[in-house]
Design a protein around this ligand. Structure first.
Ligand SMILES: Nc1ncnc2c1ncn2[C@@H]1O[C@H](COP(=O)(O)OP(=O)(O)OP(=O)(O)O)[C@@H](O)[C@H]1O
Ligand SMILES: [Mg+2]
Length: 505
């Protein structure tokens, strides 16, 4: 039986069709995967189902009944839940409070009945193997826990249609396995699941059916994945055959551009690291082993407790250990941050405005005396980013950053950082949430940075990405660099062992 039917759904945003005549049926108790390039229209379609957007035309049937879903709270009333691409939780609340927010139980006198909620949630925790501490402040929880909170929010509201919009993009491989098991569990209990992912092996692993969307339209539907290969689906997604980018020339200069000397900060213990002109140093490791701390001290968000940070840019060598973010901006350092919403973009600024947020002291962009922004230059730069990096949906730079699809937001940041003059580039998880075509494109850009003699540090949780791009690998475990050397001197297994903290002689 069809639990959900999209019939001729079209969504227009001022002349742009994010969804065009989409027909799609999702059967009860199945996992239906939705795949497609960045900006294909997947999240838009889900936002229509969840009542965030009203379709321009078309109807949705839920359990056979034409249903108008006016807003998320109505969606929730009819049993639809959604884990968004970017979580929507309140940091200062506890996990429990976040789960019940908006649908609290009350006792006589309108007093919150937290116990009743707690009991209900604990039952779900056991049934679905969703263990986490209900009293922890959500802002202090790991991303994986926050996601469990989001899932629990849906279950708590008795949702039986569950939408997962790129749930694995933010998880480590171990956490992904765990999540896929939870989804499998949910399916066994009769839930209907729509699963969006760019990682096709996951799709292959858990989906019963797959629908491929390209440029807002359904281009393919596979009622079963038996005998369907991952590369077939990939080709459907992008409409062409994909060749993976790989760094094959491992030569680089002797000249050190950036180094950390005996840096200690929170998890980090005596970290020594250096990167040379034309070298890509990749830090491999399981998430949570000090990578975030590395990013914080390199960018200047935090200062190390001990040790030194040295840059040797076109102006010579300089100790930048205690410079903050703004001052580091002037040292020819570019950064593609891990958290694009927190550190990469101002979501309520336009894409054009976002193109220069790191250049407010650059006289080419802002008049030194009047502080007036040179809009013409800004727009020109923004257009350059959009054209070169294929950022879609920018409406000539006038779209708010918030309205771009996740992958296109990332392309906008990467374009800005690469095109902003620099000698050293820090790249953290650059392809999180990107489609296969875009991943390849970004990988080519990073390899190109090397060709342009930039010094690059890449922090990535994806071993494949590290192996494709690195000249030199450094494996981090519990805040220590356990092994370091030319990428070709390690086997995949050796890297895996180091990532797990096992050092062999
Ligand atoms: N509120 C909006 N206003 C204008 N354009 C929008 C809005 N929301 C989405 N779009 C555009 O619609 C297109 C589809 O976006 P959507 O977020 O659905 O893509 P997606 O398939 O989820 O991509 P990704 O894989 O990158 O998340 C994009 O080009 C986006 O810029
Ligand atoms: Mg999306």
């Amino acid at each position: 039986m069809n639990e959900i039917e999209f019939i001729n759904i079209t969504k227009e945003f001022s002349g742009f069709y994010a969804n065009k005549n989409i027909n799609l049926a999702v059967k009860k108790g199945t996992v239906h995967a939705l795949v497609g390039e960045n900006g294909a229209g997947k999240s838009t379609l889900m936002s229509i189902l969840f009542g965030i957007y009203e379709p321009t035309s078309g109807i949705i049937k839920i359990k056979g009944n034409p249903t108008i879903i006016k807003n998320p709270s109505q969606a929730s009333d009819i049993g639809i839940g959604m884990v968004h691409q970017h979580f929507k939780l309140v940091d200062v609340y506890t996990n429990l409070e976040n789960i019940i927010l908006g649908s609290e139980f009350t006792k006589a006198g309108n007093i919150l009945d937290l116990n009743k909620s707690r009991i209900k949630i604990e039952i779900f925790q056991k049934t679905f193997n969703l263990n986490f501490d209900l009293n922890q402040k959500t802002g202090e929880a790991t991303v994986a826990t926050q996601q469990k909170v989001e899932i629990m929010k849906m279950l708590y509201r008795d949702a039986d249609i569950l939408i997962f919009d790129e749930p694995t993009a933010v998880l480590t491989p171990q956490e992904i396995d765990e999540l896929l098991k939870v989804i499998e569990f949910l399916k066994q209990k009769g839930k209907t699941i729509i699963f969006i992912s760019h990682k096709l092996w996951e799709v292959k692993k858990i989906a019963d059916e797959v629908t491929v969307i390209r440029h807002g339209q359904v281009v393919k539907h596979y009622p079963s994945l038996k005998n369907i290969s991952i590369s077939t689906i990939a080709n459907d997604m992008v409409g062409k055959h994909i060749v993976e980018a790989k760094n094959t020339d491992h030569s680089f200069s002797d000249e050190v551009v950036f180094k950390l000397e005996n840096v200690t900060f929170e998890k980090l213990k005596n970290v020594n690291l250096e990167v040379r002109k034309g070298e890509i140093v990749a830090i491999a490791g399981v998430e949570g082993n000090g990578q975030e701390e590395l990013e914080q001290i390199i960018t200047g968000i935090r200062k190390p407790e001990n040790g030194k940070i040295i840059i040797n840019n076109r102006n010579g060598e300089k100790d930048i250990t205690s410079l903050g973010v703004k001052k580091k901006n002037k040292e020819f350092i570019s950064v593609i941050p891990a958290y694009r919403h927190k550190h990469g973009l101002v979501l309520d600024y336009t894409i054009s405005e976002n193109s220069i947020i790191r250049r407010l002291e650059d006289s080419h962009m802002v008049n030194k005396f009047t502080k007036i922004i040179k809009r013409k230059n800004q727009n020109k730069f923004s257009q350059e980013i959009t054209d070169l990096f294929d950022v879609r949906g920018t409406n000539e730079g006038t779209s708010l950053a918030r309205t771009l699809s996740g992958g296109n937001q990332q392309k906008a940041i990467i374009g800005r950082e690469i095109l902003t003059d620099h000698d050293f580039l820090l790249v953290v998880q650059p392809t999180r949430g990107l489609d296969i075509g875009a991943i390849n494109y970004i990988h080519k850009q990073i390899i190109d940075e090397k060709a342009k003699q930039k010094a690059v540090i890449l922090i990535s949780y994806e071993l494949d990405e590290v192996i494709s791009l690195a000249d030199t690998i450094a494996v981090i475990n519990k805040g220590e660099i356990l092994g370091k050397g030319p990428i070709d001197s390690f086997t995949r297994e050796q890297i895996g062992l180091l990532m797990a903290g096992i050092k062999q002689d």
